[in-house]
Design a protein around this ligand. Sequence first.
Ligand SMILES: Nc1ncnc2c1ncn2[C@@H]1O[C@H](COP(=O)(O)OP(=O)(O)OP(=O)(O)O)[C@@H](O)[C@H]1O
Ligand SMILES: [Mg+2]
Length: 298
Amino acid sequence: MNSCIPMVEFSHVRRTFGRTVAVDDLSLTLYRGEVFAFLGPNGAGKTTTIKMLVGLLQPSQGTIRVAGYDVVQHPRQAAQLIGYVPDEPFLYDKLTGREFLEFIARIRGMSPQQIQARIAQQAELFELADFLNQLTETYSHGMKQRMVFASVLLHDPPLLVADEPMVGLDPKSVRLVKDLMRTRAAEGKTVFISTHTLALAEEIADRIGVIHRGRLIFVGSLSQMHQQGLMQDKNLEDFFLELTNGQEQSSGSKIAFQPAASVPTDPAAPSELGEQKPAPAGFPKEHGDDSQLGHPSP
Ligand SMILES: Nc1ncnc2c1ncn2[C@@H]1O[C@H](COP(=O)(O)OP(=O)(O)OP(=O)(O)O)[C@@H](O)[C@H]1O
Ligand SMILES: [Mg+2]
């Protein structure tokens, strides 16, 4: 992990839905070159956090920056840096796989030459080549999920955000996605995934954050979590379950193992990611509280 360069900075982020506090005072920095797993039980606030990060929901309070760009103030610049895989794969039923990928690539501002080469590459990587000319409505859940991955990685964004990415994938596809995440981190990119499962986080994440009832109650590496558990005479799983099962951190304090380096970035400064292209029209915007849209309407 390149622990000096922040990619995402959540600062005192809160999101409420009426009287429900879905995310409460979340401060967290994700770095370039790391896979970060956001771990928590149902209703913990993972999807809400992710939707705020990708611009589908606005925070009620606090700020989120992607490579220095505030996602509310500069949604287009931030969105251009993100590949977002939602918890439910979203495709356009009446487009073929190829048409869908071409559509997304055009929105991303890719040239015609680039588009065909990248589509061929992604189709091969995600084993979609045989289905590219079929309507996506004929795809199985796993095929749809792989198509979503292929589409969000077409423009090779420096930040991949995936909400429960392994759900519905067969073992071979799970392996493919895990390898892809590790490879991206090794290339200096950032991967942020949500998951319920400790085993997945254990396998691929450099660091994990445990969220429970909207509050971040642990941030650190798995070995740090191990140590913390051992101090209480517990194995990793027991410790995790205890963290998220009634052992309220009533003081609100989290067990934090954040790396020290967390340099705030100047929103006005160009990021270290090179030239910022104009954001694709309509992607992603605030769609209100319930939007599941990950792509603009055709
Ligand atoms: N659109 C909404 N309107 C009202 N309440 C919402 C809305 N979205 C989320 N919530 C509430 O916010 C809290 C956090 O939900 P969220 O979907 O972020 O959890 P999660 O960690 O992703 O859960 P899961 O593991 O089940 O996907 C829950 O109490 C949920 O009921
Ligand atoms: Mg969720």
